[in-house]
Design a protein around this ligand. Structure first.
Ligand code: ADP
Length: 586
């Protein structure tokens, strides 16, 4: 049993109490025994002095100077080792049964027992005798002419005492043993609860796994113990659940595209994701490493003002303060949002809206471009119709001429509207295009057939190098537009007698690599980088004449991208342009 354990302690205390109790009872008993014996001894010695005195007086031993006869008396006394001393009233020893040359003994008047006898008629003293080297019990009594002193060896020894008290000690030990056994059982029940609680506390301290169904004895301590463990288990479960939730939240935050950080009311970060720092770095000119830097950023002074103004006011529980602001830095547009929660903690969310913003600007531009592009054919149609209406009478021939012109413009308008709507659909609702297995060799052949007349007209040589089974998962009509636009451009802008070549120059697991080239006039280098932009034309006049909308290559690029591919353009060294593009196989 560990002496530091609860039970060990109880037994240690018990044994100490046991010893103290036994020792004090024995000491008390011993003292009583000593007193009892002393009194007994004193009585005996008193009798002896009385007998001795009478013997002296009766036989007039002092007068006859025959005190040595006292030895006779000694023989008949029951105490064989008794020492009898007779002392004159002046203190001189006149007889001593144990000392032969008693005449040489010093004056005894100041011996304590004699002194007491002088004053109170009798006196006793326990003293070590130098002569015999033993403790003596001296008892003296004063008589009219002398003192008689009797002495015996005083030997109330502890050992003897303990021997005589053996029964008593045995009884005490037995009683204590019985009490000890009872105590053992009581403490084992108490200690069981305490030991289990201790084990629990140690495990809890080390954050080890705790068995929630630890069984406790059915006493109060047991109830307390099981309650503590139940409460602890609940707390632990809640803590684990919270940690799990936090983990999930963190994973979720890190999976977000937004930069997000939660701050305490004291402006200390409680949670943030990696984008947050990344976005702060794109806003700030300085290197940002901690989310709290947000409160020092010049660029976010407005946010800080908002936080200052609202964190002091006692936010009503149902009302959340929100703030939103868009910041632009270089190419980037970032939306900064903040919400102050009722407990005055707050979150800051930074969203990269560059794409959205650029798209918004592009849409704006596109809309104004469309309006501009629509105006031209509409104005022409209006002009032709006005000419017919206002210049009457107009010859039938002239009328027909203007109506044909207006019809052409209306066709152009239809073409334009179709292109705009196609482009918008690809961009905004790409997922609406149905994809299916499409054989490109057949598709390109079809496009070629569509343009066969015009190709012949312009004396264009058309060749393809498309392997059989060049199959992609794509939208037929969009893929048709891709090749149609490129072939139409070559016909329109390339010139006469050119050649067009479409080939698959490479193929890997994922892509077909296409090359579309013609040997026409090519595109001036200064325009080549912008050729895929909407409504971008090299030569406005010529393009219009050719019936182009400036949207053809924009449609091509968007359609290729919708097929998970990419496209680039370059002028060939030998003249003409070459478009290199990829189309994903599936
Ligand atoms: P459009 O629909 O008006 O033809 P595109 O976007 O298809 O517009 O083409 C943009 C411009 O690129 C055209 O105005 C034309 O000048 C030039 N271009 C396109 N393809 C070729 C080509 N094969 N050869 C020469 N110039 C071309």
């Amino acid at each position: 049993m560990n002496s530091n354990s609860f039970r060990g302690k109880i037994f240690l205390y018990y044994i100490v109490v046991f010893f103290l109790f036994t020792a004090s009872v024995l000491a008390f008993q011993y003292e009583r025994e000593k007193k009892f014996r002393t009194r007994q001894l004193e009585n005996t010695l008193d009798n002896f002095t009385e007998i001795t005195a009478r013997f002296i007086e009766k036989n007039d031993l002092t007068g006859k100077n025959e005190l040595s006869r006292i030895t006779e008396l000694k023989d008949i006394l029951p105490q064989p080792h008794i020492r009898i001393t007779v002392i004159a009233l002046n203190g001189d020893v006149i007889f001593d049964s144990s000392v032969k040359n008693y005449q040489t003994m010093e004056n005894h008047l100041h011996r304590p027992e004699i002194n007491k006898a002088l004053n109170h008629n009798s006196g006793a003293n326990i003293r070590h005798s130098d002569t015999t080297q033993e403790n003596y019990y001296y008892y003296a009594r004063k008589y009219s002419h002398f003192f008689v002193r009797t002495a015996v060896v005083y030997d109330v020894q502890v050992q003897n005492f303990l021997k005589t008290e053996r029964f008593y000690i045995t009884f005490i030990v037995a009683a204590f043993t019985v009490i000890g056994i009872i105590l053992f059982f009581i403490t084992s029940r108490m200690a069981d609860a305490i030991t289990k609680l201790r084990d629990f506390a140690v495990k809890a301290g080390k954050k080890e796994q705790i068995d929630p169904i630890t069984s406790f004895p059915g006493n109060e301590l047991g109830t307390i113990g099981s309650q503590i463990i139940a409460i602890y288990s609940d707390l632990n479960n809640t803590k684990n659940e919270l940690a799990n939730e936090r983990e999930k939240l963190l994973s979720h935050l890190n999976a977000l595209n937004e930069g997000i950080a939660f701050f305490s009311s004291g402006k200390q970060k409680t949670l943030s994701n990696r984008y947050f720092i990344q976005y702060l770095n794109s806003i700030s000119d300085r290197k940002v490493t901690v989310p709290e830097y947000i409160f020092e950023m010049e660029e976010l002074a407005e946010l800080n003002r908002f936080l200052e103004n609202h964190s002091i006011t006692n936010t009503a529980a149902e009302k959340l303060h929100q703030w939103e602001f868009t910041i632009s830095k270089g190419e980037k547009f970032l939306k900064v949002q903040s919400i102050i929660f009722p407990d005055r903690s707050f979150e800051v969310v930074i969203t990269d809206i560059t794409r959205l913003e650029k798209r918004r600007l592009m849409k704006q531009q596109l809309t104004s471009n469309i309006a501009h592009e629509l105006k031209t054919p509409l104005a022409s149609i209006k002009g032709y119709l006005e000419t017919i209406l206002e210049n009457r009478p107009v010859s039938a021939e002239k009328q027909r001429y203007f109506i044909e012109k207006a019809y052409l413009q209306s066709q152009r308008l239809t073409h334009l509207i179709n292109d705009v709507s196609l482009l918008t659909n690809i961009e905004d609702a790409g997922e609406l295009f149905r994809f299916k297995t499409t054989d490109l060799k057949t598709l390109i052949e079809e496009v070629h057939q569509n343009f066969a007349n015009r190709i012949d007209e312009k004396n264009i040589a058309f060749t393809t190098e498309i392997p059989e089974n060049t199959i992609v998962n794509g939208n037929e009509s969009l893929l048709f537009s891709v090749f149609q636009n490129m072939i139409e451009n070559s016909i329109n802008y390339g010139g006469k007698g050119i050649s067009i070549q479409i080939k698959v120059y490479h193929e890997d697991d994922k892509y077909y690599y296409f090359s579309y080239s013609d040997t026409g006039s090519g595109i001036p280098e200064e325009h080549i980088s912008r050729i895929f932009e909407r409504f971008y034309r090299v030569d406005h006049g010529r393009t219009r004449e050719a019936g182009g909308t400036g949207l053809g290559l924009a449609i091509v690029k968007n359609a290729v991208q919708l097929h998970k591919g990419d496209i680039s353009v370059r002028n060939c060294e030998t003249g003409g342009v070459e478009f290199l593009f990829t189309l994903a196989k599936s």
